[in-house]
Design a protein. Structure first.
Length: 255
């Protein structure tokens, strides 16, 4: 997969995208991340990318034309161009299912905003999707772009060595992940749950699924509406709800 990023700060991308699975995926040619400098698509000697807002008000707005020229160049270079994303707090919330849908595309372009935002016509003319990584305000779209490259890149087949670990990711079945433990078996009076030391794989699977449900019910009940639950999970969820309602709160879960 090829991911093109357009930004006025190309220098912030090396580092985060060179390390770990993304870095290895790029080295192995499974993932191609190309970072473009937006100023390269300006047409004045001051390489202007922003102007005061029509209608007045504080701050500056990013001009449309440099983004339009940049995406033209990306499309020429990318061969089979895919969707265009514009990172902004006004966007739809980025999720694992959205990352999965993007990871099967041949190419993706991510535009990084700065200042007060980007001229509204960029998204309209490019039919770009606005994407938000969360309800807080950053000073730029570069970190959101890295989040998207990381979340999508690691789903490209072969990028994460153990496919299983991608399959068993948080949100892979719409639930939060189960608790994880490793050596030592006992730490400061906190013992690892017996079942995990039992070697009884079915019992371990059941414990992990139930704990994932318990945690999701306590911390992110909103996820339960979308989650694909089978009969086993629905039964346990009823029991967990009854347990919760009986007031035997989940030990340790502040909910
Ligand atoms: C953001 C977010 C975000 C807002 C103004 C860039 C900044 C500046 N992007 N999810 N939250 N963007 O805060 O995606 O243009």
């Amino acid at each position: 997969m090829r991911i093109d990023v357009v930004t006025i700060f190309p220098e912030v991308f090396p580092g985060p995208l060179d390390a770990g699975v993304i870095g290895r995926g790029r080295m192995r040619g499974l993932l191609d991340v190309v970072v473009w400098d937006l100023r390269g698509f300006t047409d004045d000697r001051h390489r202007t990318v922003d102007e005061p807002p029509y209608g007045g008000g504080a701050g500056m707005v990013m001009k449309a034309e440099p983004f339009l020229r940049a995406v033209e160049a990306v499309r020429r270079a990318a061969g089979t161009p895919g969707p265009v994303l514009l990172s902004s707090p006004q966007g739809r919330r980025f999720t694992q299912p959205w990352a999965r849908r993007l990871a099967v595309m041949p190419q993706l372009t991510v535009l990084c905003g700065r200042y007060e935002g980007v001229d509204e016509r960029v998204a309209a003319i490019l039919d770009a999707d606005e994407v938000s990584i969360g309800d807080y305000v950053l000073s730029g779209g570069e970190l959101p772009a890295m989040v998207i490259v990381e979340a999508v890149g690691r789903l490209v087949p072969g990028v994460v060595g153990e496919e299983a670990s991608v399959r068993e990711d948080s949100f892979s079945d719409g639930l939060l992940d189960h608790p994880h433990y490793t050596r030592p078996a006992e730490l400061g009076g906190h013992a690892v749950p017996e079942v995990l030391l039992s070697g009884h794989h079915e019992e371990i699977r059941r414990w992990r699924r139930r704990e994932a449900l318990r945690r999701t019910l306590a911390r992110r009940p909103d996820l339960l509406y979308e989650a694909a639950l089978d009969d086993e999970a629905r039964t346990w969820l009823r029991e967990l709800r009854a347990e919760r309602d009986r007031g035997s709160a989940c030990p340790g879960d502040r909910g």
